[in-house]
Design a protein around this ligand. Structure first.
Ligand code: PMP
Length: 407
């Protein structure tokens, strides 16, 4: 690995200097949202001080520079995921919005009564509920890929779920609750053999591993800006061009039309057909800085660094008496989920917070995962490119302290 300049990286994130409850902040809730580098924060202020204007509308100078900057992000996103064309990158509010868009537009047009949709046992609620809503409306069915005790999907069971009614597979790349990296390339190829299209939820992937939509041959890929060091309220739907073209629009409004009369409206071309109304302009523009930040370090370096941290954390945490890891897949990244015998995750979380350590406790919007393991929730430490072994040591000492108090 090239030299990974962790001191420089940490100094790029102003919030990491703050204290919480009188202690230096140890931020290990990156699966929920990541902190922002100063370049992203400054770009937001710059946008409002110097550029604020609506996009895709005015002929005036400010509108043109805002539009250009917004479209620069689209191009940056295109190369970030290696999409063939920038018009295949739809800018949405986030992962949830993107999945709902596909469930609504692709679902209503191409999924009918008795058809089947395959999802996995480790999905975030946002990759379960939109499909359930579609099924309620359409009379289609959801089938679920089971997982083993390590938190890995059962690939044989997956193959067995397909039949002539299977229309779509929607699966997460990386589990937010367990950290499992799913073999999505192989899963996509299996689905295509059975004539089904595939949506990959990359909300927990794009900030940790290189994602190439052409190499995966994925039909739809979705992710959120705020989990990849960018602003909140912006995300992506990538789709294959022929699928996006065949889908009806999502919402009606400004920007998504070519011509409107009271008799008939014609719709705009991609990507605007799916981008009705004023978008979150500053978030869209400033996501560009987040991608630049990731690229300046390099995803290969980030992946190697975070992997080393994950191994270190797993080893150190395993020494705590009563520790039980939930999710021990061979292919994992960024997330360590665990319970400790004799303690409730919430109580441990509260004590850690008093020590300035931010973790998440509970079901992590993945209740079926908790049901699968027969537990109400876990303590989750989720890593980012700025975390350190020293922070892991503080976490381990904090948990040890919590255990001494609670058990
Ligand atoms: N899918 C996964 C795997 C996630 O981790 C999350 C966020 N926790 C989402 C979907 C939803 O993302 P958002 O809330 O940004 O729409």
């Amino acid at each position: 690995m090239e030299r990974y300049n962790i001191d420089k990286i940490r100094s790029d994130f102003p919030i990491l200097k703050r204290q919480v409850n009188g202690k230096p902040l140890v931020y290990l809730d990156n699966g929920a949202t990541t902190q922002k580098p100063v370049t992203v924060i400054d770009a937001i202020a710059h946008y409002y001080k110097d550029m604020n204007s609506n996009v895709h509308r005015g002929v005036h100078y400010l509108s043109q520079i805002s539009t250009d900057a917004f479209e620069v992000t689209r191009k940056k996103l295109q190369s970030f995921i290696n999409a063939p064309e920038d018009k295949q990158v739809i800018i949405t509010k986030g992962t949830t919005d993107s999945i709902n868009l596909v469930a609504t537009c692709y679902g209503r047009a191409f999924i009918h009564a008795d058809d089947e949709i395959i999802i996995s046992a480790m999905e975030h609620h946002s990759n379960i509920v939109p499909w359930q809503m579609l099924c309620e409306e359409r009379g289609c069915k959801i089938r679920v890929i089971p997982m083993n005790d390590k938190g890995e999907l059962d690939m044989e069971a997956y193959e067995d779920l397909f039949n002539e009614k299977t229309k779509l597979v929607s699966v997460t790349y990386v589990s937010n609750a367990l950290g499992t990296i799913n073999p999505v390339k192989e899963m996509i190829s299996t689905a295509h053999k059975h004539g089904a299209v595939v949506l990959v939820d990359a909300a927990q992937a794009v900030q940790h591993i290189q994602v190439d939509v052409q190499d995966l041959d994925v039909d739809f890929l979705v992710f959120s800006g705020h989990k990849m060091y960018g602003p909140t309220g912006v995300g992506v739907l990538y789709g294959k061009e022929e699928l996006l073209n065949a889908m009806p629009p999502y919402q009606g409004g400004g920007d998504m039309i070519k011509e409107v009369t009271f008799e008939k409206t014609t719709y705009n071309e991609l990507p605007f057909k799916f981008e009705a109304g004023t978008p979150n302009i500053e978030a869209g523009i400033c996501l560009n800085e987040a991608i630049d930040y990731i690229n300046s370090i390099g995803l290969k370096n980030i992946e190697a660094y975070e992997h080393e941290l994950l191994e270190y954390a797993s080893e150190k945490l395993s020494q705590i008496p009563g520790m039980k890891f939930i999710g021990t897949a061979d292919q994992k990244c960024s997330v360590i989920s665990f319970i400790i015998e004799g303690t409730h995750p919430y109580d441990v979380g509260v004590i850690l917070d008093k020590l300035g350590i931010a973790v998440r406790t509970g079901h992590h919007c993945a209740q079926p995962v908790m049901d699968r393991f027969g537990i109400p929730g876990t303590i989750r430490a989720s890593l980012a490119l700025y975390n350190t072994k020293e922070e892991i040591d503080i976490l381990v000492a904090g948990i040890q302290r919590a255990v001494n108090m609670l058990v």
